[in-house]
Design a binder for this molecule. Structure first.
Ligand SMILES: NC(=O)c1ccc[n+]([C@@H]2O[C@H](COP(=O)([O-])OP(=O)(O)OC[C@H]3O[C@@H](n4cnc5c(N)ncnc54)[C@H](OP(=O)(O)O)[C@@H]3O)[C@@H](O)[C@H]2O)c1
Length: 263
């Protein structure tokens, strides 16, 4: 893996999170990493790491085997059109763009190995959940791409038909959870905590609840049953939330996001 050569084309927010993951976990020799964007001054902090930073996409592609395309979706096909003459059959493309299919990419670059990846912004703290799909049948290639995204969190493979659903549940999901956290903090302030203390309690409680499910692999209701004493305050609060449409609002929000993305 150390010898693989990777380019991150369009190294903005998400590209930088991936770059940080690769550098922190020392997955590749820095000399084998090429990153590009038009305004490279924002990548100044990486100059000392020994990676190649430039605004020349063509040069980065020519010097790499794996091309992580981290451009905004509207730029992806346009930029690949410009680069297609330097993309050859041994290149592996990994596109992060929402809504651009493997078929659309293959139409530009030809019949090569193409992956789509849908991480989320928790990549910044190496806690992303990245959904991957591909046209590749090669186990080694799949393991390599998996390994790259494992540096920014956890990785699962899904069917391409579910990539839009993955965008909603995983990428938009970060915002849903954050809004839930904000609501809990507001409630905490109403019952006596200052905002900072409420935040500390809620953040760790949410993390703890997620860890219970991740480690024990149980259904949420199983863990809920453990904290709901008959006639107690937890079940009273929970039922009040449900009477006000708590789960229903979440489900409707998720399906509304999905309908919007499908258009
Ligand atoms: N944020 C999320 O939660 C999330 C989750 C999953 C997937 N995605 C996908 O990830 C992709 C990147 O998102 P992001 O949030 O990282 O966007 P971003 O911060 O805007 O990064 C894109 C970068 O592309 C650079 N760029 C624009 N034109 C270029 C060109 N011709 N050549 C080289 N670089 C160019 C821009 O920098 P310059 O202007 O300096 O060139 C910019 O920094 C998107 O396709 C998005 O759909 C995002």
């Amino acid at each position: 893996m150390q010898n693989k050569k990777i380019a991150i084309i369009g190294c903005g927010n998400l590209g930088t999170s991936i770059l940080n993951g690769l550098l922190e976990k020392k997955v590749l020799a820095p000399n084998n990493i090429h990153v590009t964007k038009r305004n490279i001054s924002t990548l100044k902090e990486f100059e000392a790491t020994g990676i190649h930073i430039s605004d020349n996409n063509e040069l980065a592609v020519k010097n790499s085997e794996i091309l992580i395309i981290a451009l905004k979706p509207y730029n992806v096909v346009k930029e690949l059109e410009k680069l297609k003459d330097c993309i050859h059959e041994n290149h592996i493309i990994v596109s992060l763009a929402t809504g651009i299919t493997i078929h659309e990419i293959a139409n530009v670059v030809g019949d090569i190995e193409i992956f789509r990846a849908m991480p989320n912004t928790a990549a910044d703290v190496s806690e992303s959940l990245t959904c991957l799909c591909s046209n590749s049948t090669d186990k080694n290639t799949k393991d390599t791409i998996n390994y790259i995204f494992d540096t920014i969190g956890k990785t699962i493979h899904i069917d391409e038909a579910l990539m839009e659903s993955a965008t909603v549940l995983g990428a938009c999901g970060i915002a849903y959870v954050l809004r839930f956290i904000r609501g809990m903090i507001q409630g905490g302030i109403e019952i006596g905590f200052d905002a900072k203390t409420a935040g500390e309690i809620v953040n760790q409680t949410v993390k703890g609840a997620a860890e219970l499910l991740i480690r024990r692999k149980e259904h949420p209701e199983y863990e809920i049953d453990k904290v709901t004493t008959p006639k107690g305050c937890t079940i009273a609060g929970l039922n009040e939330m449900e009477h006000n449409g708590f789960s229903s609002a979440l489900i409707k929000g998720i399906t509304t996001s999905y309908k919007k993305i499908e258009k």
